[in-house]
Ligand binder design. Structure first.
Ligand code: NDP
Length: 444
């Protein structure tokens, strides 16, 4: 089938899955030209096989809260494509989780993982369990109940989950503990583990750091120095925190952070000391970003989005579709020169169009935030070798991988006028690798 026919068919079959259709449309439209140059792809209906997940498992998760109430949540694992390696992708725990969101994430993950140059297929999973307000014991019981089903579907050479929204080091550890008990095996079946039991140095930092390494590569193409640049960062979780950390280290000025209740604007910049406070607030006390404004006496906008503020660089690091066309117009009008996505699909299609029309530097998440999964891949390697690399070794490998991903975007995405279309570059780079592997493996 031709690309447009496949898209129409998917819209007809999955009308209630807007995020999945959004991700598929973006990828297919940008690879159409290359796809049409390969009649052998069409003959084996490669596109349709690449858009439909290999397998989707859904299950009931039953757990008891601190008051003794029995709760029921949905659990999912999407195994999208394993043409180049075991399924690999995070678990998301958030009230908004549904099949459409996980299908979009698993689809995107397949191309992202291909771009890292490491042997990892694409997957994603999670639950509509919302960790906000839950006690530590409740989170533990939920993770254990979730793993009671998930373990049947995963394995170190089959499918290797990791963290995502709502799943950090604490949750990965509880999940790992239960997997180990059920299987009686100590294997590298989850990544993002603690350092004491097989984790990798730099894994917690990798997505945020990797995004800034990618940004530096983009800025280099225009001879722009990051020093002193005002940066708008959204979110205040894992990705946002380590994005800020690297920005501070490089002499840039992060001025915003947010959570689902609102955002803070600190014109003096978030310093190392202030970031330590945020880490304590978010990771230990599990408080709200509003408390930052109360402590440091800066502006807090309830319900607002950080893109209302002027900045040189935008680093969306919270969630999908958090930056729309109007936000993008405002950013461009107020002088934003670069957007690099820490989150997955944070910019709407309208926003991407605005950035590309204005010809500013714009990197989609599947390229810019691939450092997280790449370092998960490095954790898998260390687990298999049964040794640990130093911080410098992992960080240098991460830098090299981000530079290689940038190189692939330049190779496949440079347009006639010299503008680098990073969306096209990342999509074609990822697609070609998976497509070639699928072609070689026959019709399965
Ligand atoms: P965390 O759970 O650590 O943090 C998420 C942050 O985003 C929180 O501040 C949260 O606020 C906010 N947020 C979540 N959902 C919404 C929403 N619907 N509206 C507004 N704010 C929201 O997650 P991560 O930092 O790990 O993930 C952030 C993004 O980065 C996601 O898109 C994820 O897929 C992507 N990503 C993460 C990787 C990783 O290694 N962790 C790797 C690659 C991509 P609140 O506390 O109020 O919920």
């Amino acid at each position: 089938m031709k690309v447009q026919e496949v898209l129409n068919d998917l819209r007809r079959r999955f009308p209630n899955e807007p995020e999945y259709l959004q991700a598929v449309t973006e990828v297919l439209e940008s690879i159409e030209e290359v796809y049409n140059q390969h009649p052998e792809f069409e003959k084996s209906n490669l596109i349709e096989r690449l858009c439909i997940a290999d397998r989707i498992s859904s299950f009931r998760v039953t757990w008891v809260d601190d008051k003794g109430k029995v709760n029921v949540n949905m659990g999912y694992r999407i195994q999208h494509n394993n043409a180049i390696g075991p399924y690999k992708g995070g678990l998301r725990f958030h009230a908004s989780v549904n099949p459409s969101i996980l299908k979009f994430l698993a689809f995107e993950q397949t191309f992202k993982n291909a771009l890292t140059t490491l042997p990892m297929g694409g997957g994603k999973g999670g639950s509509d369990f919302h960790p906000r307000g839950k006690s530590n014991a409740e989170v533990m019981r939920f993770c254990q109940a979730f793993m009671l089903e998930l373990w049947k579907h995963i394995g170190p050479d089959t499918d290797v989950p990791a963290g995502d929204i709502g799943v950090g080091g604490r949750e990965v550890a509880y999940l790992f503990g239960m997997y180990k008990k059920l299987t009686k095996e100590f294997t590298g079946v989850l990544t993002g583990k603690g350092m004491e039991f097989g984790g990798s140095l730099i894994r917690p930092e990798a997505t945020g750091y990797g995004n800034i390494y990618f940004l530096l590569e983009m800025l280099k193409t225009k001879n722009i120095d990051i020093k002193g640049k005002k940066c708008l960062v959204s979110g205040s979780g894992n990705v946002a925190q380590y994005t800020c950390e690297k920005l501070i280290e490089l002499g840039a000025l992060p001025v915003t952070l947010s959570d689902s209740d609102g955002y803070i604007y600190d014109p003096d910049g978030i310093t190392r000391e202030k970031l330590d406070y945020v880490m304590e607030l978010k990771n230990i006390e599990r408080g709200r970003i509003r408390e930052y404004a109360e402590k440091y006496g800066c502006k807090y906008v309830p319900g607002g989005r950080v893109w209302s503020e002027p900045g040189d660089i935008a680093l969306p690091s919270a969630t999908q579709n958090e930056l729309n066309g109007d936000d993008a117009k405002r950013l461009v009008e107020t002088g934003c020169i670069a957007v690099s996505e820490g989150a997955n699909m944070p910019s709407t299609p309208e926003a991407i169009e605005v950035f590309q029309k204005a010809k500013i530097l714009y990197a989609p998440g599947k390229a810019a935030n691939a450092g997280g999964v790449a370092t998960s891949g490095l954790e898998m390697t260390q687990n298999s070798l049964r040794l640990s690399w130093t911080k410098e070794e992992v960080d240098n490998k991460l830098k090299q991988i981000m530079s290689d991903i940038h190189g692939q975007c330049v190779k496949y995405g440079t347009e006639k006028d010299g503008y680098i279309n990073y969306v096209k570059g990342a999509n074609i780079g990822g697609f070609m690798k998976v497509a070639k592997a699928m072609m070689a493996q026959g019709i399965i």
